[in-house]
Write a protein that binds this ligand. Structure first.
Ligand SMILES: NC(=O)C1=CN([C@@H]2O[C@H](COP(=O)(O)OP(=O)(O)OC[C@H]3O[C@@H](n4cnc5c(N)ncnc54)[C@H](O)[C@@H]3O)[C@@H](O)[C@H]2O)C=CC1
Ligand SMILES: O=C(CO)COP(=O)(O)O
Length: 324
C-alpha cells in the first residue's frame, strides 16, 4: 500500500518541519497539536510559534482531534520524549491496526529506561513501530535546505516505504532495520551536545571541542555496542552525523543549553532533551557497567553535584588509559 496520508503529532519546531517535508513530498498531511492555543495559532496564522516565519504548505490540515489524525496511513510522533507515552496511549484507542508509528523524538523515558519504539510497542501490539533520526535542524528542513536522515523499522520494506513517502528534492531519508542503533544515537548525542556547549561557553577552545566530541563518540559506541546497535548505524547519520551537527552549532538547543551553563548563565526555556536524558543515561550506564565519563559529568552538573569547573577538572584528572 502506498503511504499517501500522513499525520504529524506535534506542531512544535520539528513537527512543523516534518509536516512541511511530507507536504513537499506530495503527501496529504494532518498536523495535530495538543495545546489549544497553539493549535488555534497554527490554523489561523498558518505558522508554528516554534518556527516563526515558516508558512504552512497548503496540503497541511491542522486538527486538535486525535481520532482524525489516527485514521492516516502513517503517523509521525513529534512530541517531547517524556510525553510520547501519553500521546500514544490515547492515539491507539482509534488507530487502524498495522499503522506505522514513527517516533521522531530523541530521548529515553524516565523511570522505565525505555527507548521511543519500546514505548510504542508497550502501548499497543497492533502498530508498526519505526524511528526517524539524523542530523536535521528543524529550521533548515523547513526552509528546504538539503538534509539526510535515517528511518528504521524492523521490516526493511516498511522502512523503505516510509523513506519513499517522505523523500523530496531536499529531504533524503536512508532506510535501516537497526531501530535500536538509530534511537541510541539520537538520545546520546543530545547529552554530549550539552557537554560540547559547556566547553564552548567556558571558552576552552577548538582543540578541547574536538577532543570532547571524539571521546563522546567513544561513549556512544560503548553504550550502543552493549545494547546491540550495529557499528554502521553508530558511524552513520543518526549517530556520528547527528553528534557532529549538534556538538558544533549554537543552532542546537542542547548545545546552547550547555553554552549557557558554561558561561554561568541560566539556559533559555527551550526544549533541550539532553537535560532529561542525562540522568537516565547515567542510570543505564551504571546498571550495565559502561564507562561514560562525559555523560556522567553532564548529569552531575545538571544535578548540581559538581560545578562546571569541578566536572572539567574531574574529566582531565582521570587516570591515563589506552585509547579505545
Ligand atoms: N527541533 C529540531 O531541530 C529537532 C527536534 N527533534 C526532536 O523532536 C522532539 C520535539 O522537538 P521540537 O518539535 O523541536 O520541540 P518544540 O519545543 O519546538 O515543540 C514541542 C511540541 O510538543 C508539544 N507538546 C509539549 N508537551 C506535550 C505533551 N505533554 N503532550 C503532547 N504534546 C506536547 C508542544 O505543544 C509542541 O507542539 C524532541 O524530542 C527533539 O529532540 C529531532 C530532530 C530535530
Ligand atoms: O536533533 C537535532 C538535530 O538533529 C536538534 O538538536 P537540538 O534539539 O539540540 O536543537
Amino acid at each position: 500500500m502506498t503511504i499517501q496520508r500522513i499525520a504529524v503529532l506535534g506542531g512544535g519546531a520539528w513537527g512543523t518541519a516534518l509536516a512541511q517535508t511530507a507536504a513537499r513530498a506530495g503527501r496529504d498531511v494532518t498536523l495535530w497539536e495538543f495545546d489549544a492555543g497553539h493549535a488555534e495559532h497554527l490554523s489561523q496564522q498558518r505558522e508554528s510559534r516554534f518556527l516563526p516565519g515558516v508558512k504552512l504548505e497548503a496540503a497541511i490540515k491542522v486538527t486538535r482531534a486525535l481520532g482524525e489524525a489516527a485514521q492516516n496511513d502513517a503517523i509521525l510522533l513529534v512530541v517531547p520524549a517524556q510525553a510520547l507515552r501519553s500521546v500514544v496511549t490515547q492515539l491507539t484507542q482509534t488507530m487502524k491496526p498495522g499503522t506505522p508509528l514513527i517516533a521522531c523524538a530523541k530521548g529515553i523515558e524516565h523511570g522505565t529506561h525505555k527507548f521511543m519504539t519500546e514505548i510504542i510497542a508497550e502501548c499497543t501490539d497492533s502498530a508498526v513501530p519505526a524511528i526517524l533520526s539524523g542530523p536535521s535542524f528543524a529550521a533548515d528542513v523547513a526552509r528546504g535546505l538539503p538534509t539526510a536522515v535515517t528511518i528504521a523499522a524492523a521490516d526493511s520494506l516498511v522502512a523503505e516505504k516510509l523513506a519513499h513517502a517522505l523523500n523530496s528534492g531536499s529531504f533524503r531519508p536512508y532506510h535501516s532495520t537497526d531501530i535500536r542503533g538509530v534511537e541510541i544515537g539520537g538520545a546520546v548525542k543530545n547529552v554530549l551536545a550539552i557537554a560540547s556547549g559547556i566547553v564552548n561557553g567556558r571558552g576552552l577552545g577548538a582543540s578541547a571541542s574536538a577532543a570532547l566530541t571524539t571521546r563522546g563518540f567513544a561513549e556512544m559506541v560503548r553504550f550502543g555496542r552493549a545494547l546491540g546497535a550495529r557499528p554502521e548505524t553508530l558511524t552513520g547519520l543518526s549517530g556520528l552525523g547527528d553528534l557532529i551537527l549538534t556538538c558544533s552549532s549554537p543552532q542546537s538547543r542542547n548545545f546552547s543549553y550547555g553554552a549557557a551553563l558554561g558561561r554561568g548563565e541560566v539556559p533559555s526555556g527551550k526544549l533541550a532533551e539532553g537535560a532529561f536524558t542525562a540522568p537516565v543515561l547515567l542510570e543505564m550506564a551504571r546498571d550495565k557497567n559502561i564507562d561514560m565519563p562525559i555523560s556522567a559529568a553532564v548529569a552531575a552538573v545538571l544535578a548540581n553535584e559538581h560545578s562546571v569547573d569541578e566536572a572539567i577538572a574531574a574529566l582531565l584528572s582521570r587516570p591515563i588509559k589506552a585509547e579505545e
